[in-house]
Design a protein around this ligand. Structure first.
Ligand SMILES: NC(=O)C1=CN([C@@H]2O[C@H](COP(=O)(O)OP(=O)(O)OC[C@H]3O[C@@H](n4cnc5c(N)ncnc54)[C@H](O)[C@@H]3O)[C@@H](O)[C@H]2O)C=CC1
Ligand SMILES: O=C(CO)COP(=O)(O)O
Ligand SMILES: [Zn+2]
Length: 348
């Protein structure tokens, strides 16, 4: 007999001004909690937390450092929490998720920004000082996304979420490549969900529809795909490795922006039509070159070299390319050449 135990979000609630209904929604799923603890950041999300969770116990954190995880765990133990609620961007969600996993408590994800697929993934990125690690964690029991809050997130955060979701296409190509070479097995359900999530977003962009709800749904579905796959391959390929490498350089930007801009390049390495995606994403102001993120060609190429070391054992298109192809692809994808005086010029 086959059985595979996975822990998945069993609901999402996405709508305008829905924060007041959280307890009601949970009770609809027979989930009654008496002492939830809300984890926020220390700036904007702490202020938002005061508005929306005034009657709840709250704890604020400064970063995704392991000491922040310990702080949340200590607070949860001292108040006897039976539920952790992560209310913030990626770092807050990750810290709350990690603390809940270690305390074996349920975790509810309430994003204030949709900058990446941490919203419902089975992963928490934690900073240990000398290094940053993607830790296995429990996915949330559900996601509550108030569009009224999300519409007020900085535009850059929103675009970063678009980039993280778009990168699924490149990640799936790498996953399939690794399978073709005999290193992996593609889980077809996870791959379907991952692809479908990004295609829905593209349809919404093409139709000029409201993107916020579609983006949240897509990020949650990406998380579910990762749970089913048992790893992040449905949503993380060579473009993520390049971004992880860039994070080690002084100039880096939001995860979702980096993986999105890198995905144009890795799609080109796969011989796929990156231009179609560039045209579509530029319609909503997504950055299409590294210049827009202040990353120069030399830094990018160094990051590409370093990329495979950031997740050892992960087979991607970077395992098969020549240095000549990398240079050629850079010129073609980012439309940039280095002029005689060493300055960048953008070609038409
Ligand atoms: N667990 C996972 O599967 C994944 C985790 N990550 C991790 O997520 C982290 C990045 O997350 P981000 O959200 O980009 O950064 P972040 O969590 O540092 O948030 C960036 C800023 O946005 C502010 N913010 C949040 N909501 C806001 C709102 N509604 N209005 C105004 N400001 C708001 C926060 O206060 C913060 O200053 C990284 O540590 C990355 O490694 C990234 C991808 C996947
Ligand atoms: O960002 C992620 C998925 O979008 C997680 O990827 P990694 O497993 O490469 O850290
Ligand atoms: Zn990502």
């Amino acid at each position: 007999m086959f059985s595979k135990a996975v822990s998945l979000p069993i609901f999402w609630m996405i709508g305008e001004n829905i924060m007041g209904d959280i307890k009601d929604v949970l009770s609809q799923y027979n989930m009654v909690f008496h002492r939830p603890l809300v984890v926020t950041g220390s700036g904007v999300t702490s202020e938002l937390g005061e508005n929306y969770f005034s009657s709840y116990k709250r704890v604020s954190i400064n970063s995704n450092h392991i000491s922040d995880v310990e702080k949340v765990k200590a607070q949860a133990r001292s108040v006897g929490s039976d539920l952790l609620i992560g209310f913030g961007g990626g770092k807050v969600i990750d810290v709350a998720k990690m603390a809940a996993t270690e305390l074996n408590l349920p975790f509810l994800s309430v994003p204030t920004a949709t900058s990446n697929d941490a919203v419902a993934s089975p992963v928490a990125v934690i900073n240990f000082g000398d290094y940053v690690k993607s830790m296995g964690a429990m996915a949330p029991i559900g996601v509550v996304a108030d569009l009224n809050i999300l519409r007020n997130q900085p535009r850059k955060q929103f675009l970063a979420g678009v980039g993280d979701l778009f990168s699924n296409i490149s990640a799936l190509a790498d996953w399939q490549l690794a399978a073709d070479r005999g290193f992996e097995r593609v889980d077809p359900v996870a791959a379907y969900l991952s692809r479908n999530a990004v295609e829905n977003l593209f349809r919404a962009i093409e139709n000029g529809s409201d993107l916020y709800a579609t983006l949240v749904e897509g990020l949650v579905v990406s998380g579910v795909a990762m749970v089913l796959a048992g790893n992040s391959r449905p949503s993380s390929g060579a473009e993520h490795l390049i971004s992880h490498a860039l994070d080690r350089f002084p100039i880096h930007d939001l995860h979702g922006l980096q993986v999105g801009v890198a995905a144009f390049f890795t799609l080109r390495l796969h011989g796929m039509d990156h231009l179609r995606y560039k045209k579509l994403l530029s319609q909503i102001g997504f950055p299409c070159s590294w210049q827009e993120l202040n990353v120069d060609r030399e830094t990018f190429m160094k990051a590409v070299q370093l990329a495979p070391q950031t997740r050892s054992g992960r087979y991607t298109i970077l395992s098969e390319v020549t240095p000549e192809l990398l240079q050629e692809a850079y010129d073609e994808v980012y439309g940039v050449s280095v002029s005689g005086d060493g300055e960048f010029s953008i070609q038409d």
